[in-house]
Write a protein that binds this ligand. Structure first.
Ligand SMILES: [Zn+2]
Length: 144
């Protein structure tokens, strides 16, 4: 499993994490051209740590809210769920190894007493916003 994860640098200056086999677009500018693989990792935790260091923390925070905002309006219309709720769900359902599963998300949803959104909806949103990567065993790794 060596080098499964990669730290990518976009031409816009943003560093982001990706699967090394399947590099997606830049989460900041959406570009999928001129992306450079800076380093490969066997552990998603070291990848995450390096990305946090490479990008300044205020920028990451800001970016997460921007990414959620894109989905927020759609979700709000459909389910009346805000970006805040999604961030709470991530916080409460992610393990120390940065793993989330449908079960852990379902637990958070019931703890937060949400009824209109399913764990599958949450995963769909997280995958679409490049915050998680699907693992082969049915779990997801949270990148940020
Ligand atoms: Zn970019």
């Amino acid at each position: 499993m060596e080098g499964r994860w990669a730290m990518i640098k976009c031409e816009c200056g943003r560093y982001f994490g990706s699967s090394s086999k399947n590099v997606g677009g830049c989460p900041r500018c959406g570009s999928d051209k001129n992306l450079k693989i800076m380093k490969k990792y066997s552990s998603s935790k070291s990848l995450r740590d390096d990305i946090s260091k490479a990008n300044t923390p205020p920028e990451i925070e800001n970016e997460i809210s921007v990414r959620f905002e894109k989905y927020d309006s759609k979700i709000r219309k459909r389910d009346n769920v805000s970006a805040d709720i999604i961030q709470k769900i991530i916080k409460t359902s992610t393990t120390d190894e940065n793993i989330i599963t449908i079960d852990s998300i379902s637990n958070s949803i019931s703890k937060l007493a949400l009824s209109k959104i399913t764990a599958e909806d949450i995963i769909e949103i997280l995958e679409a916003s490049s915050l998680v990567l699907r693992n082969s065993n049915g779990s997801w790794t949270v990148l940020q």
